[in-house]
Design a protein around this ligand. Structure first.
Ligand SMILES: [Zn+2]
Length: 134
């Protein structure tokens, strides 16, 4: 697996790839899951999930507040295609158009607070997103 040399955006320490059991011990929801975490974790509580196959991070390291915000944004977005009329593919197309993002940046794991807030607001305003996606 390829390793990325990235740094924690909060404190500047290197980010290291670690398993869930190494990061969270007995509290790990998935001991075998991969993460990129700040080398100073848990003093600096910043991490992001990594893809199991490639080992690459799914987005940028996030502190607890940003992790909560991304979960909220994902829940708002997922409702569009889980409960709404869109397919998942259409929903991501709508997301890219609504936020003006190229495909490689249109991942909620990469989003900032501001982008999460915008997405949450747009999802709640978008009663008929299928029009935007058409
Ligand atoms: Zn850090």
């Amino acid at each position: 697996m390829k390793r990325l040399h990235i740094h924690c955006p909060y404190c500047g320490a290197p980010a290291v790839r670690r398993y869930g059991r190494d990061l969270f011990g007995d509290a790990a929801a998935d001991p075998g899951a991969l993460y990129y975490a700040c080398a100073r974790h848990p003093v600096c509580d910043a991490y992001v999930s990594a893809h199991k196959k490639s080992g690459l991070p799914m987005g940028s390291l996030a502190d607890p507040a940003l992790r909560r915000k991304r979960i909220q944004a994902h829940a708002a977005f997922d409702r569009l295609w889980k409960e709404g009329p869109l397919t998942k593919k259409q929903a991501y197309r709508w997301l890219r158009g609504a936020l003006g993002l190229p495909e490689e940046q249109a991942h909620i794991a990469c989003f900032s607070h501001y982008q999460c807030d915008r997405l949450i607001a747009m999802c709640s305003q978008t009663s008929q997103p299928e029009r935007a996606a058409a």
